[in-house]
Design a protein around this ligand. Structure first.
Ligand code: BEZ
Ligand code: FE
Length: 286
């Protein structure tokens, strides 16, 4: 009778997956099997430890409900999201750098017109954001789809509030003929990622903090171009060199320009002043 031993098991499993008809799926399953087995061998994983691992993965799945996506958090804190992103963008050089999507993107952000205030009625320092979208040749991209989202002054996103009334601090804009999008918001603070679940337990057990540096998210799509998922990080703020999800890139750290009390360029009267953020985004052609 044929049976498997520690030394023959990996070959036995890969021989089974070698029959997978789809070549890419076959490649992934074979690599997954050999790396998982190597991990178990290297650490001499015990039955007790692996059952704790299964329990952790099970809790991670149960935590995924509504606005909570614990598997994205897990991928992010393991650095896997940024690694996959880096691999995907290996050949891109002159386009704007990408970073993690994170768990707080929603596909149905409210449509807003240029000049809208996505933070209307919310506390915080006023921020006027102007995004200029071009190709890598510098030509403006009109009619590009620009989705923005950020946290409030408490470091929370709208979808983290149970029973909230609609979305806030997010919107879907279209660039004008000059490739520009402009909107009002508030200066976002640094915030901890949700850490009351298994991913938080993992951070605690490993002595890691849960903080992300202050940022605004952008998802930009234009016809004939690769979509861009990125953030802009506020220069000089905390955690820029220890982002819990490893998402910071130097090119994405930007200065906010302070303005004293007065009237902003679009005519808004700002008795307490405002800050402005102007940034170019370059999309690679398909
Ligand atoms: C975010 O920036 O929204 C985010 C990204 C990764 C994990 C948690 C939050
Ligand atoms: Fe965020």
């Amino acid at each position: 009778m044929k049976y498997e031993t520690e030394s023959s098991l990996t070959a036995a499993v890969t021989a089974q997956f070698a029959k997978t008809p789809d070549p890419r799926l076959r490649e992934i399953l074979l690599a997954l099997t050999s790396h998982l087995h190597a991990f178990a061998r290297e650490t001499a994983l015990t039955i007790e430890e692996w059952s704790q691992g299964i329990e952790f993965i099970t809790r991670t799945g149960h935590m995924c409900q509504g606005g909570r996506q614990e598997f994205i958090l897990l991928s992010d804190v393991l650095g896997l999201s940024m690694l996959v992103d880096a691999i995907e963008h290996r050949t891109q050089s002159s386009a704007t750098d990408s970073t993690v999507l994170g768990p707080f993107f929603v596909d149905d952000a409210p449509t807003r017109l240029n000049g809208a205030d996505i933070g209307a009625g919310l506390a915080g320092d006023l921020l006027l954001v102007t995004a200029a979208v071009t190709g890598t040749d510098g030509q403006p991209l009109a009619d590009a789809d620009v989705v923005v989202w950020q946290c409030d002054e408490h470091g929370r996103y709208d979808i983290q509030y149970p029973g909230r009334d609609g979305y806030f601090l997010r919107g879907r804009f279209r660039t004008d003929a000059r490739g520009l999008v402009q909107f009002w918001s508030i200066v976002p603070p640094a915030y901890p990622i949700p850490d009351d679940g298994p991913v938080g337990d993992l951070l605690t057990a490993s002595g890691r903090h849960p903080w992300r540096p202050a940022h605004v998210h952008f998802h930009i799509a234009a016809a004939g171009h690769r979509s861009l998922v990125t953030h802009l990080f506020v220069a000089g703020e905390d955690y820029l060199d220890s982002d819990v999800v490893f998402g910071v890139k130097p090119s994405l750290i930007v200065d906010l320009v302070p303005h004293g009390p007065g009237t902003a360029p679009d005519g808004r009267v700002c008795p307490n002043g405002w800050k402005s953020l102007d940034h170019p985004f370059q999309l690679a052609a398909l």
